[in-house]
Design a protein around this ligand. Structure first.
Ligand SMILES: *Cc1c(COP(=O)(O)O)cnc(C)c1O
Length: 360
């Protein structure tokens, strides 16, 4: 069977050259005489892999020396607890913006450990837009400010990073990490589950400014304390070795492509192809209408009929365009067009939609 175009929101498509390289190195990595899966994480060969992965992330994103880069487990969902446990060190107050399911889950988890102030929400509009924020409503003494950079389910993203003064800014970049340039220096913490845009499931990236380390609440489990992992080079216990290795290959692929600015240009092109079609179609339309709020990574769209939606998904699947069914809370379709989705995949999807529109 041939490979399909996989529009899954996560775990999601990976670059073919990465899969091929992993295949080549699967049984015998370099001169180690074994697979990466079989290596001791304390071996020199594995240390070189994790060091290279960290160095590539630092150079791709421009991470300064005053930040720790960590490879953790437990998914982005564990960060929903890890962030408050580590940062509720003074007022035990934090500001949250509710822009979707993940943002709500993050806020709910934080409210178990301190006071959560909701400074914006788009729940009244099924999270189809990014709410305007009024800095006057921000807590001046907050221990941190949290927002979800890209909303995977609803297909919105923050075009402008909120201005929060000296309050540490924390963001969930699970579905936008490595897809566009970011000024890391604006953030106290950036975290991301790998399985959307960076690699396979099982590893979570956390980039934490050093001054935020060492202040965790006393009840914080050792494994949930950033300092534990920062002090041990992400090797306090066995890290998700193979997932980190694939992330390294993905980062090498990005570097060879020309880095973040090169992939950002490609991502802008892919999103424009899809949104331009949706804005001009008489059958399909994007659920996010404000162009400034539209995600470059996840594009939800609908027709006006559930039957047509179902028919389209069925025909698309048969033609090799899979995982286009939208999240159950939005319905319709969603095309996730992460870094590894080639321009050609989006062009062909649009061709298919045009054909479907003519035939129906
Ligand atoms: C997928 C996703 C999560 C949940 O990630 P897990 O790694 O499964 O815990 C959290 N936030 C965002 C923005 C996501 O897209």
């Amino acid at each position: 069977m041939e490979r399909v175009y996989n529009f899954s929101a996560g775990p999601s498509t990976l670059p073919v050259p990465v899969l091929e390289k992993a295949q080549k190195e699967m049984v015998c990595y370099g001169d180690a005489g074994m697979s990466v899966m079989e290596m001791s994480h304390r071996s020199g060969a594995y240390q070189a892999i994790i060091d290279e992965c960290e160095a590539l992330i630092r150079s791709l994103l421009g991470v300064g020396d005053n930040y720790k880069v960590m490879f953790l487990q437990g998914g982005a969902s564990s960060q929903f607890a890890m962030v408050p446990l580590n940062l509720f060190s003074n007022s035990k107050k934090a500001d949250y913006v509710l822009t979707g399911v993940w943002a709500k889950k993050a806020a709910k988890e934080a409210s178990r450990y301190g006071e959560v102030n909701i400074v914006g929400s788009s729940e009244d509009g099924t999270f189809s837009y990014i709410p305007k924020l009024d800095p006057a409503t921000f807590s001046k003494d907050a221990d941190y400010f949290h927002f979800t950079h890209n909303n995977t389910i609803y297909g919105t993203r923050f075009k402008e990073i909120p201005e929060v003064g000296n309050v540490p800014l924390v963001t969930d970049m699970s579905s936008s990490i490595l897809s566009q340039k970011v000024d890391v220096n604006k953030f106290g913490i950036i975290y991301a589950g790998a399985q959307k845009n960076m690699g396979p499931a099982g590893v979570t990236l956390a980039i934490v400014r050093e001054d935020l380390l060492g202040k965790a609440l006393d009840v914080t489990p050792t494994m949930f304390n950033y300092a534990t992992h920062a002090e041990n080079g992400s090797m306090f216990n066995t890290p998700p070795c193979y997932s980190i290795y694939i992330c390294k290959l993905v980062c090498e692929w990005l570097r060879d492509l020309g880095g973040i600015s090169a992939i950002e240009e490609i991502n802008i092109r892919k999103a424009a192809i899809l949104y331009d079609f949706l804005d001009n179609s008489k059958m399909f339309r994007a659920t996010v209408t404000n162009p400034d709020d539209r995600s470059m990574m996840n594009v939800p769209f609908v027709t006006d009929s559930d039957e047509l939606n179902a028919k389209f998904i069925k025909e698309a699947t048969a033609a090799g365009f899979v995982n286009l069914k939208g999240h159950r809370s939005v319905g319709g379709m969603r095309a996730s067009i992460y870094n590894a989705m080639p321009v050609e995949g989006v062009e062909k999807l649009v061709e298919l939609m045009k054909k479907f529109e003519t035939e129906n």
